[in-house]
Ligand binder design. Structure first.
Ligand SMILES: Cc1cc2nc3c(=O)[nH]c(=O)nc-3n(C[C@H](O)[C@H](O)[C@H](O)COP(=O)(O)OP(=O)(O)OC[C@H]3O[C@@H](n4cnc5c(N)ncnc54)[C@H](O)[C@@H]3O)c2cc1C
Length: 294
């Protein structure tokens, strides 16, 4: 099932979840458990991230296969350019197609740990737009999603320059954009307005990460460049090591974000669930979705 087709029906806002390949068997069992529970939320599609290197790479496709067998209907493996030659990326994309997946989240990827500048592999690709072109040239029946950054990508000189580069990705054939996480919806609405003014027509799905703790959220934003509103930060700090209290703060915050976004007609909500079912299935969250996804 093409995600672009799901977006076109426009019947209801889409709901999607992002999984990541766990490092060990215990993590895989936890993912399976969470996935089994998450089926009841009826997500329209699920995505599986692509590791920066090593054994998690093959796992991305294997987890997509497993989720498909479990009953998830639209699967989207992520692919990054990190450490791959063009030929390797071509083989990977062919394998994805051969295994029956028709959606790919096309990414450049981050510089490897310890490096601050992204360097493409010898005969590799420098930008996500190059990957979109490669995918579309080999399989024009694959629907590509790409990443967008409401608070700008950390390497970009300005938000406008980043949006100019985003347009290169959408012009290369990306069907939709999923955003980096943000905690203040004003960043998203401003970003969408600027993208439209720059001529980007594709649907822009907001990506949200429910905060689980003060430490966890500050660790995440330190690498991705998103900001944490002082009110959220201090409420999480107050919760301290009380995991229940912190997750209640995170849930309350994300429900307010979801409600506001859905009320304003976003095409969908993508949840960075960190392989957990708890927040996505919290009654406040499911009730909020139910109001808009009847
Ligand atoms: C929805 C989502 C999913 C993600 N999934 C993964 C994952 O599975 N695995 C993973 O490792 N990481 C993932 N990431 C993180 C992502 O890999 C990093 O943010 C990475 O640093 C940038 O990837 P990109 O695809 O946005 O790159 P690009 O679109 O190539 O942009 C990277 C930088 O280069 C600039 N740029 C782009 N094109 C040009 C051009 N033609 N000329 C000059 N400059 C240009 C951009 O402005 C930006 O600053 C994800 C991020 C998001 C938002």
């Amino acid at each position: 099932m093409h995600i672009s087709e799901l977006l076109k029906t426009g019947k209801r806002p889409l709901l999607s979840f992002e999984f990541f390949p766990p490092k060990d068997n215990a993590g895989m069992d936890a993912l399976k458990n969470a996935a089994a529970k998450l089926l009841s939320a009826e997500p329209d599609f699920v995505t599986v991230t692509y590791g920066a290197g090593g054994s998690t790479r093959q796992k991305t496709l294997d987890i997509c296969g497993m989720l498909s067998t479990m009953g998830f209907t639209a699967l989207m493996p992520h692919v990054t350019c990190v450490g791959h030659t063009r030929a390797e990326l071509a083989d990977l994309v062919d394998e994805i197609h051969r295994r029956g997946f028709r959606n790919i989240m096309a990414l450049r990827g981050d510089p490897p740990k310890g490096e601050t500048v992204f360097r493409p592999a010898p005969d590799g690709l420098a930008h996500a737009s190059d990957l979109v072109k490669l995918i579309q040239a080999r399989h024009d029946d694959i629907c590509c999603g790409v990443a967008g950054y409401p608070e700008k990508h950390p390497e970009a000189g300005s938000l406008d320059a980043d949006i100019t580069n985003l347009k290169i990705k959408t012009d290369a054939g990306a069907a939709f954009v999923t955003t980096q996480l943000f905690f203040d919806n004003r960043f998203y609405f401003d970003f969408v307005g600027r993208c439209r003014a720059a001529g980007i027509q594709q649907p822009i799905i907001p990506g949200l990460m429910p905060a689980l703790s003060y430490k966890q959220i500050h660790r995440f934003v330190s690498t991705c460049g998103a900001s944490v509103p002082p009110a959220l930060s201090s409420a999480l700090e107050k919760a301290g090591d009380d995991a229940e209290a912190a997750s209640a703060v995170g849930i309350q915050w994300v429900v307010r974000q979801i409600d506001d976004l859905l009320r304003n007609g976003v095409p969908g909500i993508h949840l960075y669930i960190l392989n957990r079912a708890k927040v996505a299935l919290a009654p406040a969250v499911t009730e909020c979705f139910a109001r808009y996804r009847a």
